[in-house]
Design a protein. Structure first.
Length: 319
């Protein structure tokens, strides 16, 4: 049997099987579709779940929601949803924080979008790498078409940095943003710098003095970048003021900035969240063990223990 004949037979067998199952499955499929429609009309919820091939079907279902959102708004929709599942939507990884892989995928989606076409970014994240967040924010702020960021629950740290690049931020009434103060070696940059004013330099280790120098540079760099982003919509003086407030470390890194506070900062925030955004979030339930129900502040290591454990981790801007 030659290759053309084999391919033709495969098509014939597939078509024959579909015709055989049409009579048996047409009514159940129609009934299932009607029930799903009625569920959505009744403000209900449709859960998509599975493993292996079925998990891929679930991703396809969520992609269909994004496609519907794009058609309704005439925009390019990108979702950046950070849960615990190792899946992706439209090429954007779904992981625990904003990574370089995320920025590569988002930048690729932005690059493939016509300059005048609006972009809608659905954002749900605890934060992530400063570099990755700045790359995404820079690409968004340079867009000619309108950029809208939708925040159904939270966009902290690096997520806030990205949201600041939008022409409009749409938040749920209870959604929050957060400070963008850099974290150095797992410690707030502002607190490290303040240590120099509290403690005699002769009693501070060389390691901490170096960290204080890096921390001060990081604060200046982040504040400068945020100010440049905000100057797209705010006067220079106001942009510098807001950038300083968000990056200087006046709050803890997980401090929630609610809608009224964000508006007081002078940002364009509305609360008209489309229902489809909530429907999309329903497809990504929080994985078990993602966050403990009780959290405590860990004990600080002594200087000898820190020196024995090696140098601190690289700078990050996540929780």
């Amino acid at each position: 049997m030659d290759l053309i004949t084999r391919i033709s037979e495969n098509f014939s067998e597939s078509a024959h099987l579909k015709l055989q199952t049409m009579d048996a499955l047409a009514k159940p499929i129609a009934a299932a579709a009607e029930r799903m429609v009625q569920c959505l009309k009744s403000d209900g919820k449709i859960l998509a779940c599975g493993n292996g091939g079925s998990a891929a079907d679930c991703q396809h279902f969520s992609a269909e929601l994004l496609n519907r959102f794009e058609k309704e708004r005439g925009s390019r929709v990108i979702s950046l949803i950070h849960r615990q599942e190792s899946t992706s939507v439209f090429g954007v990884a779904v992981d625990s924080h904003i990574s370089i892989e995320d920025s590569e995928a988002v930048l690729r989606a932005i690059r493939l979008t016509p300059p005048e076409q609006p972009i809608d970014l659905i954002l749900h994240t605890p934060g992530g790498l400063v570099l990755a967040s700045e790359q995404i924010a820079k690409a968004l702020v340079e867009r000619k078409g309108k950029v809208t960021v939708f925040i159904p629950h939270y966009a902290m740290s690096g997520g806030t940095m990205i949201a600041l690049a939008a022409d409009e931020i749409v938040m749920d009434n209870n959604a929050v943003l957060g400070p963008v103060d850099p974290q150095i070696g797992g410690m707030p940059a502002g607190s490290i710098v303040n240590l120099l004013a509290i403690k005699n330099r002769n009693n501070i280790s060389d390691e901490m003095l170096i960290l204080a120098d890096v921390a001060q540079k990081a604060r200046v760099q982040v504040a400068g970048f945020i100010a440049q982003v905000l100057m797209k919509h705010l006067p220079e003086k106001k942009a510098v003021q807001v950038a300083t407030i968000l990056s200087e470390g006046r709050w803890t890194h997980d401090f929630p900035l609610i809608v009224p506070v964000v508006r007081e900062l002078g940002l364009n925030v509305t609360t008209n969240m489309p229902r489809l955004v909530y429907d999309l979030m329903d497809l990504y339930p929080q994985g078990n063990g993602a966050r403990p129900s009780v959290m405590v502040v860990p004990m600080r290591k002594s200087r000898d223990e820190r020196e024995a454990s090696g140098p601190p981790a690289a700078s990050r801007s996540d929780d």
